[in-house]
Design a protein around this ligand. Structure first.
Ligand code: SF4
Length: 315
């Protein structure tokens, strides 16, 4: 797979663009995830023409539609930022992004819980950074996260699974449109979808079964929407354990009673969160290889992202 294009707040890459001339380098993003992605760096405050260093800014007013102001002078920078951001998101369409990682807490780049100050100068953590809001409105289906939330192993695993899934789907889109390509993609992703949402698994199964009743354009559009919605939902231990038991059904006949017992115990230990997901996955992979199970061999669920990222060692 070629590298994934991912937008990112410039300061997270170590670029010295912050108001105080500093940066917020995040080593996981640059050194680890950076091996698999091509970052498109965006610093809204510098790109809209503000200098480095500069006065700090904050959001104030109505948390639903706050103003962006310079903290000391109260100069209102909202119109300048909005004009630039609306142009920038249109330009970003060319970048074929599979997601965006925002800098948390920033009045320009924060994607949630950014401080918005009321007229008494009291903050409420209900705001969205000015650029982040315009970006998310423009690309509602694109996976987005901030670097703070990515320290949570579950959120990290979900986000990275989403960007890799979108990248694989984009590869389907670049081929000639055909119902067969959608069916093939869906067949490989069935268990991945099931691990996120049994409801989406059912809906998407019906959609694909009725593919010939839809125009290709409609099929692609509906499928993409359901796909991105499904992988956005967190895959819990309970959901993963159900998928693992479902997989076990494919080679149940071949397993000895000891092997069956061992696998059930490992799945149950994972369900109770005594061991990480990588343990039952590795055991299932072993049996899939050993018994050469053709359907399971193709399942993306067993390898949704590079093992070197070690994401399933922590969930
Ligand atoms: S948080 Fe956003 S606006 Fe602030 S320095 Fe980082 S990229 Fe630039």
């Amino acid at each position: 797979m070629e590298k994934i294009n991912l937008g990112i707040s410039s300061c997270l890459l170590g670029e010295t663009v912050r108001y105080d001339g500093g940066h917020k380098l995040d080593r996981f993003l640059t050194d680890t995830l950076g091996q698999y992605v091509e970052y498109v760096s965006v610093c809204p405050e510098v790109e809209c023409g503000l200098p480095i260093p500069r006065e700090s800014m904050h959001l104030e007013g109505d948390p639903e539609s706050p103003r962006l102001v310079i903290s000391r002078t109260k100069q209102d920078m909202t119109d300048r930022m909005v004009r630039w951001a609306k142009r920038r998101v249109v330009a970003i369409e060319e970048e074929d992004l599979c997601g965006f990682i925002f800098k948390s807490d920033s009045p320009s780049s924060g994607m949630e819980r950014v401080r918005v100050y009321n007229e008494k100068g009291m903050p409420v953590r209900k705001g969205i950074g000015m650029f982040a809001r315009i970006f998310m409105e423009h690309f509602p289906l694109l996976p987005v996260e901030d670097e703070g939330r990515l320290h949570d192993p579950g959120l990290r695993e979900t986000f990275i699974e989403r960007i890799f899934t979108l990248k694989r789907w984009r590869e389907v889109i670049t081929k000639k449109e055909s119902r067969g390509n959608v069916v093939e993609f869906h067949t490989k992703h069935k268990l991945l979808i099931l691990s996120h949402s049994p409801r989406h698994y059912q809906i998407m199964g019906k959609l694909v079964a009725q593919a010939k009743d839809l125009s290709l354009k409609e099929l692609y559009w509906q499928y993409q929407t359901w796909l991105m919605e499904s992988v956005r939902l967190k895959a819990s231990p309970q959901k993963n354990a159900n998928v693992l038991q479902h997989m076990m059904g494919y080679f149940k006949e071949q397993l000895s009673s000891d092997e069956k017992q061992e696998l059930l115990e490992v799945i149950d230990n994972y369900r109770q969160e005594y061991i990480p997901l990588i343990v039952p996955i590795t055991l299932v992979q072993h049996y899939v290889r050993k018994y050469d199970q053709p359907y399971l061999k193709e399942q993306v669920y067993l390898n949704p992202h590079p093992v070197e990222l070690q994401l399933r060692n922590h969930v």
